[in-house]
Design a protein around this ligand. Structure first.
Ligand code: OAD
Ligand code: ZN
Length: 249
């Protein structure tokens, strides 16, 4: 597939300096990680209030821990796809900031260096009592929720659950990058979960050119300056090719 990109988009690519990628579960779909919404989505099979809330964890910590352990296993057995790699590659040409809703660490594994994680990271965990942090590989692999070595408290994944605040430094870092960006790509997100979904709107209000990449229209489509419909893992490498042409490579 060779796409015919809109002229205005090509012009922006040639003048842009700061580029933001606001990403969601769709960018990791081609790595084999399930998305949340849609017919095969996680929230179609499981109830978020039973698995992804602090109350759920306190009611049944082992069940919630096992579910995250299952997701860690999927993530550990996969790798970044062409979409993640293309974003990392664009650091050669732009000041790129990734603002992601994903907890899967795949942007970092692909080589992106400036990343704000709005919903946490499944590789990190902390004790709910004394807040000591533990990386996932450090935790003993046994069944059920692990306990803190310092105080015996329950250890939870460092992810944002329903009803919880986003990490302030991550959100404000993402927001500032969006405000300063010349182009804000919105990749593989339904853009229905707030406050995360304010990021592309902040970019748009500040005059950034908002480019959506998704397999289908979303709530954000009417705000986007340009929408490209297709798989992130196919479209993003084509954007890298165009950028290389623009930069004379
Ligand atoms: P969703 O599952 O809501 O949306 C995934 C989006 O990716 C959809 O719009 C799909 O059309 C699109 N998509 C799927 N495959 C794609 C592909 N190969 N290329 C491009 N697009 C593709 O996931 P998110 O928007 O990330 O929150 O969900 C937002 C938040 O809701 C998550 O961070 C999570 C969830 O509840 C928390 O855990 C706090
Ligand atoms: Zn502790």
């Amino acid at each position: 597939m060779k796409l015919d990109f809109e002229k205005k988009f090509i012009e922006r690519l040639s003048t842009a300096k700061k580029v933001v990628f606001f990403t969601g579960a769709g960018i990791s779909a081609e790595s084999g990680i399930p998305t949340f919404r849609g017919s095969d989505g996680i929230w179609n099979k499981m109830k978020p209030e039973e698995l992804a809330s602090f109350d759920a964890f306190m009611r049944n910590p082992d069940l919630v821990w096992e579910w995250y352990q299952h997701r860690r296993n999927i993530i550990n057995n996969t790798k970044p796809n062409a979409g993640h790699i293309a974003i990392a590659e664009l650091e050669k040409y732009y000041d790129v900031t990734v603002v992601t809703q994903n907890i899967d660490n795949l942007h970092r594994r692909a080589g992106s260096t400036k990343i704000f994680e709005l919903h946490g990271n499944i590789e990190r965990n902390y004790c709910i009592d004394c807040k000591t942090f533990y990386n996932s590989p450090e935790l003993e692999i046994s069944s059920g929720v692990p306990k803190c070595k310092k105080c015996g408290g329950l250890i939870r994944p460092d992810v944002v659950w329903f009803g919880e605040m986003l990490p302030h430094d991550q959100y404000s870092g993402g927001e500032q990058a969006a405000e300063k960006s010349d182009i804000c790509f919105v990749v593989g997100t339904s853009a229905v979960v707030y406050p995360a979904a304010y990021i592309p709107m902040t970019a748009k209000q500040a005059g950034s050119f908002v480019v959506e990449i998704n397999i289908e229209p979303t709530d954000l489509t009417r705000y986007a300056d340009y929408s490209i419909f297709g798989k992130a893992g196919e479209i993003l490498p084509e954007i890298v090719d165009i950028v290389k042409q623009i930069k004379g490579e």
